[in-house]
Design a protein around this ligand. Structure first.
Ligand code: F6P
Length: 537
C-alpha cells in the first residue's frame, strides 16, 4: 500500500473533485437529482440511514469508495475479524467483535480459541448478576445488595455509565447504580454518601488494575467499607474485580473467584460488552445483555459482509474523511434525540478521539493531513437552545449526526411527535436554510435581513431506529466502532493504541512525590515549578 495517501490516485481525484463541488449548495444537489433519496439512504433491519443531506454527488461517493479500495479497507477489516495482530505497536489482535460472536464459532489468537472463553465469562457474569438481582448474593451481614458502585475510568467507566443511562428503562429499579471514576475525592464521597456499606457492592473495573484513579478509589472504597464493617473478611462479599491482571487483583485482596476476566485483545474503549459490562448486566439482566450483544453482532455482520457502497459504517467513516480532509472541518457533532442517550457523546469521545487522535502512520512517518476529528454533542432538544446557533449561522462547518427513535419508551401525549419533529426540522434547516429573498419576502426590514438569513448547506446524517432497546443500542455502538476503524484505515494510523496518555501519567506520578515531600527539589520548567511551589505553600 502506498503510504503517501496524498499521492494516491483516489485522493488526487477527490482533491480535483472537491474544487469542483465545494461551493455547490444542497438546494441545487437536491434539485438536480430527483433520485437522491434512493441513492443516499440505506436500511439495515430497523435502522434507516439518510445521508442525502451531505455535500456529495454520485461521483463523490464513487471516489470515496475508490479511496477505501485503494487503502485496502476490506483486507484490513478481514485481518481485524480474523484476529490478526493489527494493533502493531502493542503487538495485539483487535477482537472486540469476538465478544459478541455467537458460541460455536471459532476465532484463534496465538493458537488459542477465544470464543469459548468469552462465553464462559458471560456465563459466570450471568450467574453472578442473577444472584445480585434476586437478592441471593448477600452482603457480609446477610443483607441483600441494594447498591452497586462501578469503580473505573476511561473505557472501564464511560461504557458502563453510558449503557446504564441508555438502558435505565430496562433496569431493575430497586437497585441503585453509581459510577466512580475521577481521582477527585468528591466523586467517591458523593457516590456513597447515602449508602450503607453492608448493602453495597463495589465492582473494581480496570483492564490493567494499575490505573492511579481506579486503584486510589478502590482503596478508599475498601477503607470506607472496613470502617463500617470492621472485618477484613467483608471484602470478599462486597468487592468483585473485572480485569485482565489476576496477579494485581489478588494483591488488592479480591478473591480471583470473584474476578471476571477479559483479554489484552480487547481495547479499553471497546470493552463495554466484555466483563466490563458487569454493572450493565446487573442493571438490565442477562437476557437483555444478550440482546445488546446481538445488536453488536448484527452490525458486525453488516460491516463485514455488506458491499462498500451499502455499508453504513464504511459510509459514515468515509464522510468523516471527506469533511475533515477536504472541507477542513475539525469537529463532528453527535446529537441523539433521546434523553436516555445523554452520555452517548461522552462515550463516543473516548472511542473516537483516543482511537484516531494520532499524528504518525503505522510505519512511524508523520502524517501531513488531518486525522481524528473532535466528537462532541448533547441530547436533543437541549442543544437547540444553546449551541445550535453556531451550527446554523456561525462561520465553522460542523457535520452533524442526528439519532432518533420512532417509538417512545415513555409515551406521554404529544412529546414523541414534538421530539421527532425537531430532528427533522433541524436537518432541514441546516441543509436548506432560508435565503435573503425568502426573509425579505416576509416583510422583514432590510437591516434585519442578513441577520435572519440562513445560508444552509450544512451537512448532516439522520439515523432512525424503531426503539431504544438493548439490541438497537448495541447496533449503534458497533456502528461508531466500525466507522472509527474505517477512518483509521484510510489515514493509515493505529486506531488501537493510546500512547498519548502516557506522558501526563508519568509526570503526575513524579509530582505526587514532590507534593507529598516538600523537600524534594523541583526541576520542571519555571512555570510548573512555580505552580507546585504555590500549592506547596
Ligand atoms: O489512560 C487511558 C486508558 O488507558 C484508557 O485507554 C483506558 O480505557 C483507561 O485508561 C482505563 O484503563 P484501565 O481499564 O486499565 O484502568
Amino acid at each position: 500500500m502506498n503510504n503517501d495517501i496524498k499521492k494516491s490516485r483516489a485522493w488526487k481525484k477527490l482533491e480535483d473533485h472537491y474544487n469542483k463541488i465545494k461551493n455547490k449548495h444542497l438546494r441545487d444537489l437536491f434539485r438536480e437529482d430527483p433520485k437522491r433519496i434512493q441513492k443516499f439512504t440505506l436500511n439495515n433491519g430497523d435502522l434507516y440511514f439518510d445521508f442525502s443531506k451531505h455535500r456529495i454527488t454520485e461521483e463523490t461517493f464513487d471516489l470515496l469508495i475508490e479511496l477505501a479500495i485503494e487503502r485496502k479497507l476490506t483486507d484490513r477489516r478481514e485481518a481485524m475479524f480474523e484476529g490478526k495482530k493489527i494493533n502493531q505497536t502493542e503487538n495485539r489482535a483487535v477482537l472486540h467483535t469476538a465478544l459478541r460472536t455467537p458460541s460455536g464459532n471459532k476465532i484463534m489468537v496465538d493458537n488459542e480459541e477465544v470464543v469459548e472463553p468469552v462465553h464462559a465469562v458471560l456465563d459466570k457474569m450471568s450467574w453472578f448478576a442473577s444472584r445480585v438481582r434476586s437478592g441471593q448474593w448477600k452482603g457480609f451481614t446477610g443483607k441483600k445488595i441494594r447498591n452497586v458502585v462501578n469503580i473505573g475510568i476511561g473505557g472501564s467507566d464511560l461504557g458502563p455509565v453510558m449503557a446504564y443511562e441508555a438502558l435505565k428503562f430496562y433496569s431493575q429499579r430497586d437497585l441503585n447504580f453509581r459510577f466512580v471514576s475521577n481521582i477527585d475525592g468528591n466523586d467517591f464521597a458523593e457516590a456513597v454518601r447515602d449508602f450503607e456499606a453492608d448493602e453495597t457492592l463495589f465492582i473494581v473495573s480496570s483492564k490493567t488494575f494499575t490505573t492511579l484513579e481506579t486503584m486510589t478509589n478502590a482503596h478508599t472504597a475498601r477503607k470506607w467499607l472496613l470502617d463500617q464493617l470492621k472485618n477484613e473478611k467483608a471484602v470478599a462479599d462486597h468487592f468483585v474485580a473485572v480485569s485482565t491482571n489476576e496477579a494485581e487483583v489478588k494483591k488488592f485482596g479480591i478473591n480471583p473467584q470473584n474476578m471476571f476476566e477479559f483479554w489484552d485483545w480487547v481495547g479499553g474503549r471497546y470493552s463495554m460488552d466484555s466483563a466490563i459490562g458487569l454493572s450493565t448486566m446487573i442493571a438490565i439482566g442477562p437476557e437483555n445483555f444478550n440482546e445488546l450483544l446481538k445488536g453488536f453482532h448484527e452490525m458486525d455482520e453488516h460491516f463485514r459482509s455488506a458491499p462498500l457502497k451499502q455499508n453504513i459504517p464504511v459510509i459514515m467513516g468515509l464522510l468523516n474523511v471527506w469533511y475533515g480532509n477536504f472541507f477542513g472541518t475539525q469537529t463532528q457533532a453527535v446529537l441523539p434525540y433521546n434523553r436516555y442517550l445523554h452520555r452517548f457523546p461522552a462515550y463516543l469521545q473516548q472511542l473516537t478521539m483516543e482511537s484516531n487522535g494520532k499524528h504518525v502512520q503505522l510505519n512511524g512517518a508523520k502524517v501531513d493531513y488531518q486525522t481524528g476529528a473532535i466528537y462532541w454533542g448533547e441530547a436533543g432538544t437541549n442543544g437547540q437552545h444553546s449551541f445550535y446557533q453556531l451550527i446554523h449561522q456561525g462561520t465553522i462547518l460542523i457535520p452533524c449526526d442526528f439519532i432518533g427513535f420512532k417509538k417512545a419508551l415513555n409515551p406521554l401525549p404529544l412529546h414523541q411527535d414534538y421530539l421527532m419533529a425537531n430532528i427533522f426540522a433541524q436537518g432541514e434547516a441546516l441543509a436548506f436554510g432560508k435565503t435573503a429573498a425568502e426573509v425579505a419576502g416576509e416583510g422583514v426590514s432590510d437591516a434585519l435581513v442578513p441577520h435572519k438569513t440562513f445560508e444552509g448547506n450544512r451537512p448532516s446524517s439522520t439515523l432512525i431506529l424503531d426503539n431504544l432497546t438493548p439490541e438497537s443500542l448495541g447496533k449503534l455502538i458497533a456502528l461508531y466502532e466500525h466507522s472509527v476503524f474505517v477512518q483509521g484505515v484510510i489515514w493509515g494510523i493505529n486506531s488501537f493504541d493510546q500512547m498519548g496518555v502516557e506522558l501526563g501519567k508519568v509526570l503526575a506520578k513524579k509530582i505526587i512525590g514532590e507534593l507529598q515531600n516538600k523537600s524534594i527539589p523541583l526541576n520542571h520548567d519555571e512555570s510548573t515549578n512555580a505552580l507546585i511551589e504555590h500549592y506547596r505553600k
